[in-house]
Design a protein around this ligand. Structure first.
Ligand code: NAD
Ligand code: IPM
Ligand code: MN
Length: 355
């Protein structure tokens, strides 16, 4: 059996390369037995030779790699955002990475904008459907440029797609404990079935059916608007949340706010048993790119999530412990209370990991 795990690194645009360099540094400091191969898929590459994803790029990733670490995509020089669509959404869709797992964990009380909240109060995960919904981009524009213009953006929900992601959420709940070692007990499905009755109806039926297979887990439901208030008023109540592609995108930026901001949030795009992709939740943040101010901790935590997924749990734990210590000692960038640059914050974590 092959021991060394093969990881494709695609830093992308803006702050992507800056934070991914620090994630790589942390992985190397951990001594993880990984072989890293860098790819230049990005706005720069697209502007140079019009290539977004090289021919057979996704097949190559699936064949030759155990996991993929991505930075972020989005560049003001590419207003159509075509490269981001083809690389990022292309990877999620074409590699069928149907579960977007976004853990929401508060590492230190100082990072949370809410009063009186402790780290043990915020420890939930969002399982976002990642291959359907409005992101399919089905629809079109009719009579463009006239007063009668019509734009249609269809929300595609298949029974197979909904069922597998809902089941993933229940399986996750059953198999994963909270940080304090206590079991996870509830899966909450979030939708807008009071207004979007067709799609919501399917999600409701599937959720009820699948929940019966897990009698030890409490099924719950909230409309997405109500959930947004609850997430701010009482985040303690959440455990595992499963939702569609669009709502999952929105509520995880809100949830990142609870964790200290976008610079802290990690994610995995997973198809169990297949090559999966890991990326921080944040984007390319053009205004702060190239200034050595972006927070690398979200990307570093993402690399730990990837190592854990690859079975390198000890290395993952070491990286997470170092990040926790960095936050506690404020050896961080300014957005989370420190005074270090991207590179220096990454270096601090790497040194701590290597001890
Ligand atoms: P963004 O996440 O890039 O930035 C939003 C805000 O958060 C900015 O104020 C930025 O300064 C701050 N921020 C983000 N990451 C940070 C970090 N690591 N450290 C400190 N501050 C950080 O979102 P946006 O501004 O809406 O989008 C910018 C571009 O990124 C767009 O092209 C968008 O499409 C793209 N985007 C890409 C991804 C991805 O590739 N996964 C995700 C989101 C947005
Ligand atoms: C994310 C991003 C992407 C999404 C964008 C860049 C298309 O916001 O990964 O959260 O909406 O999925
Ligand atoms: Mn997003």
């Amino acid at each position: 059996m092959r021991q060394k795990k093969r990881v494709a690194i695609i830093p992308g645009d803006g702050i992507g390369p800056e934070v991914i360099a620090e994630a790589v540094r942390a992985m190397q400091a951990s001594g993880a037995d990984v072989e890293l191969t860098h790819f230049d898929w990005s706005a720069n590459r697209y502007l140079a030779d019009a290539v977004t994803v090289p021919p057979d790029g996704f097949a190559m990733l699936e064949r030759d790699f155990d996991a993929i670490l991505l930075g972020a995509f989005g560049d003001p020089r590419v207003p159509s955002n075509i490269h981001a669509k083809e690389i990022l959404l292309g990877m999620r869709f074409k590699m069928d990475l149907y579960a977007n797992l976004r853990p929401v964990r508060l590492l230190d009380a100082s990072l949370c904008p809410l009063k009186g909240v402790e780290p043990s109060d915020i420890d939930f995960v969002v399982v976002r459907e990642n291959t359907e919904g409005v992101y399919v981009d089905a629809g079109g524009v009719f009579k463009q440029g006239t007063p009668d213009e019509v734009a249609v953006q269809e929300d595609i929900n298949t029974r197979k797609g909904v069922e597998r992601v809902v089941r993933y959420a229940f399986e996750y709940c059953e198999r994963h404990k909270k940080q304090d070692g206590s079991p996870r007990r509830q899966v909450l499905m979030c939708d807008k079935s009071n207004a979007m009755t067709h799609a919501g109806g399917l999600w409701q039926r599937v959720f009820k059916e699948v929940s019966r297979e897990y009698p030890q887990i409490t099924p719950q439901h909230m409309y997405v608007d109500a959930l947004c208030t609850q997430m701010v008023r009482d985040p303690r109540q959440f455990d595992v949340i499963v939702t569609n592609n669009m709502f999952g995108d929105i509520i995880t930026d809100l949830a990142a706010g609870l964790q200290g901001g976008l610079g802290m949030a990690a994610s995995g795009n997973i198809h169990p048993g297949k090559t999966s992709m890991f990326e921080p939740v944040h984007g390319s943040a053009p205004p702060i790119a190239g200034k050595n101010v972006a927070n690398p901790l979200g990307a570093i935590l993402t690399s730990a999530m990837m190592l854990a997924h690859l079975g390198l749990t000890q290395e993952a734990d070491e990286i997470e412990a170092a990040v926790l210590e960095a936050v506690r000692q404020r050896k961080t960038t300014q957005d989370v209370g420190g005074s270090l640059g991207t590179h220096e914050a990454g270096e601090w974590v790497a040194k701590r990991v290597a001890r």
